[in-house]
Design a protein around this ligand. Structure first.
Ligand code: SAM
Length: 235
């Protein structure tokens, strides 16, 4: 993975920890950052400028982005999927992550300020991807979200790969609720809370049925849009 960023020190960041960090240590994936500031222009090595047409904020220059991209070995650039993270891109979802996780090479451009000159995105072939309907200050955290979502899907990364089969979004459903010990939890006010009885019954087909019903109930309540999609797909 190659990351074009004005803040290379933000990587690997969260990707250095837990199962993803283990995969990084085991070289299941590799992250190289390319510092946009090394390709800045003029004496101040500027990477941004004012927007044409006026308005607040600064925009990352296309020539800087091109120079930074061209510093990556050409073969990588030819084979690599290029993504520019932006709130105005298509929304990232689990299916997209599944597809990305099959790719060997991904190049991610992290924006800052008001964003990136559109010509760089169009001419250099970046796909615009958003991690959700909200605005962050920069693309670095968004890049870590995308990469973490992808990397956990690479075979060998998760200790229990079967957990991918039933998790949220895998069947157009949200996942059912989980419970663990203690079986009866007494909270700090002295109230007792039991685990749903079926889960301690040892009756596997009833547990399966209960979980599916809970998934459906939760999806209908929280993500009716997703449930409608599921029903339409089945028609
Ligand atoms: N002016 C832009 C707009 O209104 O769409 C917002 C720019 S934002 C302050 C700066 C950078 O943060 C963006 O270029 C992008 O790289 C990143 N960013 C912010 N929100 C994001 C999101 N939801 N998904 C992906 N990247 C995001």
């Amino acid at each position: 993975m190659k990351i074009l960023t004005a803040y290379p020190e933000m990587f690997p960041g969260s990707l250095e920890h837990s199962v993803i960090g283990k995969a990084l240590k085991e070289n299941i994936f590799k992250i190289d950052t390319i510092n946009l500031h090394e390709f800045g222009i003029d004496d101040r090595m500027s990477i941004d400028d004012e927007p044409f047409g006026g308005g607040p904020g600064m925009v990352l220059r296309p020539d800087v982005v091109e120079k930074a991209l061209k510093s990556i070995p050409e073969q990588h650039n030819i084979e690599s999927k290029k993504i520019y993270l932006t709130p105005s891109g298509t929304i990232l979802n689990q299916e997209k992550l599944r597809n990305l996780s099959k790719l060997e090479k991904i190049t991610i451009l992290c924006g800052r300020f008001e964003g990136v000159d559109q010509r760089a995105i169009d001419v250099l072939g970046f796909e615009e991807v958003s991690i959700g309907d909200y605005v962050l200050a920069g693309g670095e955290i968004a890049a870590q979200v995308l990469l973490e979502g992808c990397i956990r899907l690479i075979p060998g990364v998760l200790g229990h790969p079967e957990s991918l089969l039933e998790e949220s979004f895998s069947n157009n459903l949200l996942e059912y609720p989980h419970y663990t010990r203690p079986q009866v939890w007494v909270d700090s006010l002295g109230n007792k809370h039991d685990v749903p009885e079926v889960l301690t019954s040892g009756h596997h087909s009833n547990i399966k049925k209960w979980r599916l019903n809970k998934s459906i109930e939760k999806t209908k309540n929280i993500r009716p849009d997703m449930y409608i999609n599921k029903e339409q797909k089945q028609d």
